[in-house]
Design a protein around this ligand. Sequence first.
Ligand code: AMP
Length: 197
Amino acid sequence: MSRLLIVGPQGSGKGTQGVRIAQAFGIPAISTGDVFRGAVAAGTELGQQVQAIIEAGNLVSDELTSAVVRDRLAQPDAEHGFLLDGYPRNVVQVMHLEEFLEGRDEQLDAVIELDVPRDESIARLSLRAAEQGRSDDTEEVIANRLAIYERETAPILDIYRTRGIVDRIDGVGTLDEITERIISALEARGLVRPAAA
Ligand code: AMP
């Protein structure tokens, strides 16, 4: 079974590819952004806590985010593998995840880095803003989120690189091409897809 993380700037297509890869490997895709947006939409206590932060494109606190992820990873469907999308997003969260996985005698098998030029990310985000009307896809908030990515999230890749588990994937191409590239890289690591049901 596979324990995966997908990392890339906003607009890199990591959400879409994450779902496709999770499906191919028969594991749940766990997106903290989706969990938070779902909580906001449902008006839960968590949603109320995070709404303003998300709308400004800032990061939710590490403690709260890590607690949400621990709860999700404790569910039975994540017992034998998972794909994390959007978490960990900074070095402190890497440490939180590490501690949690160590407690289960587990570790990440591979980190997929989706490489998309900045101009391309911005163009895709603007398109998504027009199509989906996400409240954190305004120009100002997009710039804030990309700056946070470069400052806080990109450095986590250096940690995983020293462990030799990062696969850097060219994120420009058709959806199918990119999915194929990721699957090939993961298979080259010896990660096995379940036989089609
Ligand atoms: P995303 O869909 O991954 O871009 O996440 C949308 C928003 O949710 C982010 O801009 C943050 O406000 C919040 N968020 C998602 N994941 C995290 C995380 N790991 N740590 C802190 N905030 C997060």
